[in-house]
Every structure is written in structure tokens, then in C-alpha cells.
Design a protein. Structure first.
Length: 254
């Protein structure tokens, strides 16, 4: 294992820790959402779901603030550490990542939706689904305990969805920054190559197993049998390849 590979693994571990911290933040927000909703349940209120909307809005407002903020920190640290790694290989490049650059990376439209759009879509979806849960519960004449369990399941499902969005976004941001810096470095040193590295466990997509170990020039494109075509894992332009992808892009000097 060479120096550049060890450095990339260390950068990946640091990014993973930052992502874990953001996941814990989301778990806390959704735990508080459940507690705040369940404490306000009133079987006499009709329709009671309207009185719960401010509670939902408050928690999703926190997500809209904390998630982009956390991703911004990850992007800055990734850029700094990856740039330093390249420079330590004797490749003299300079790069500056402005706040506007970070905003554009984080809020890049995927399927015509920004990150904030996706958070807002999930907020609206949660309200509609909560309304349906409350209506069904009343029709069935459920107890507060039964209704509370239904709401717990709903909150848990949305928490899982937001964590999936987080993991996908961190992966995309990580590979975007690495690939952009590698492209700049390749103008100075044409020996640079990039390799698709899959996790290779039971959760790995068949298409990504086939791509594992594929090494191409920095400016080359990967083609997935799942339909994606792009410069890096997470940037394949196909949800079937990009969502919840855990593959990594490794840079090497041949």
C-alpha cells in the first residue's frame, strides 16, 4: 500500500466520522419530533393534525439549517486535505473553494431538486402521512398508546429517509471534490489515474462489483451496467447507481 492510498483512506475515515456526527444529529431531531408529537396527542381534537404542524415545521427547520451547515464543513475539510495530499506527491497545484462554490456543490440539482427542495418535500410528505395516520386511528377508535406507536413508525421511516439523503450527499460531495482536484492535478502530471473501489460485501450492487478495480485516465468516464455513465462513483447520473452508493474513487500515479 503506497503513501497516497494511505492518505486517501485517512481522509475517508475522517469524512465518515463527520457523517456519523450528522447522522446522530438527525437521530436526535427525529427523536425530539416523536416526543413533541406524542406529548400533544389529543383524541378529542378534530382534526388534531393541524395543531401538530408547527411542531413538524420547527424540527424540519432545524434540519434545513444543520444539514447544509454540516455538509459545508465536510466539503471544506475534504478540499483542504485532498489538496494537501496531492501537493505532497510533488504535484504543485493551487485551488480555492469559496462559500459560493460550496453552496453550489451542496445545493446541486439532482432530478431537478436541490437538497433544500428534498428536505421540504419530505416535510410536506410527513404532514400528509401524519394526517392519514390520525384519520385512520380515529376511525379504528385506537388508544393513545396505539396511535403513538403508529406515529413512532412514521417518524422512524422519515428519519431513515433523511439519513439516506445525508449518506448519498456526503458520498457525492466527497467524490466531486476529489475528482475536481484530480482533474486540476492531471493537467500538471499526466501520470494520474483513477480507480473505482467498491466495498465488496453483500450489499454491493452487481454493477458496482463489476466496476471494482477499474482504472482509467482522470478525464475518462465509467460506464455501469445499471445504466449510469459518469466520472466517479456517486456522479453517474443515474439514481440506480448513485443513491446510497458506498464506492470510492481512488487516485494513483502510474
Amino acid at each position: 500500500m503506497n503513501t497516497i492510498e494511505i492518505q486517501q483512506m485517512m481522509i475517508e475515515q475522517q469524512t465518515q466520522q463527520k457523517m456519523n456526527d450528522l447522522e446522530q444529529m438527525l437521530l436526535l431531531i427525529f427523536s425530539l419530533l416523536f416526543l413533541n408529537l406524542s406529548s400533544r396527542l389529543d383524541p378529542r381534537a378534530d382534526p388534531q393534525w393541524r395543531t401538530l404542524i408547527p411542531v413538524i415545521n420547527d424540527e424540519f427547520r432545524k434540519i434545513k439549517k444543520e444539514l447544509p451547515g454540516g455538509l459545508s464543513i465536510i466539503a471544506k475539510e475534504l478540499h483542504e486535505s485532498t489538496l494537501l495530499m496531492i501537493q505532497e506527491q510533488g504535484i504543485e497545484i493551487t485551488s480555492r473553494l469559496t462559500n459560493k462554490d460550496i453552496e453550489q456543490i451542496i445545493q446541486k440539482r439532482i432530478a431537478n431538486l436541490t437538497l433544500n427542495d428534498r428536505i421540504e418535500r419530505n416535510r410536506k410528505r410527513f404532514i400528509v402521512q401524519l394526517r392519514d395516520v390520525l384519520i385512520q386511528s380515529k376511525k379504528r377508535n385506537e388508544t393513545i398508546e396505539e396511535l403513538s406507536q403508529r406515529i413512532r413508525s412514521l417518524v422512524s421511516a422519515h428519519g431513515s429517509r433523511m439519513r439516506l439523503i445525508l449518506r448519498t450527499e456526503v458520498h457525492r460531495i466527497q467524490n466531486t471534490i476529489i475528482h475536481d482536484l484530480a482533474q486540476k492535478a492531471s493537467r500538471v502530471d499526466s501520470r494520474l489515474k483513477k480507480t473505482w473501489v467498491a466495498v465488496m460485501d453483500t450489499r454491493t450492487r452487481t454493477a458496482h462489483r463489476r466496476l471494482h478495480g477499474t482504472t482509467i485516465p482522470i478525464r475518462g468516464m465509467f460506464r455501469s451496467t445499471a445504466g449510469g455513465y459518469g466520472p466517479s462513483p456517486g456522479l453517474m447520473g443515474n439514481p440506480g447507481d448513485d443513491i446510497n452508493c458506498r464506492c470510492r474513487l481512488r487516485i494513483s500515479i502510474s
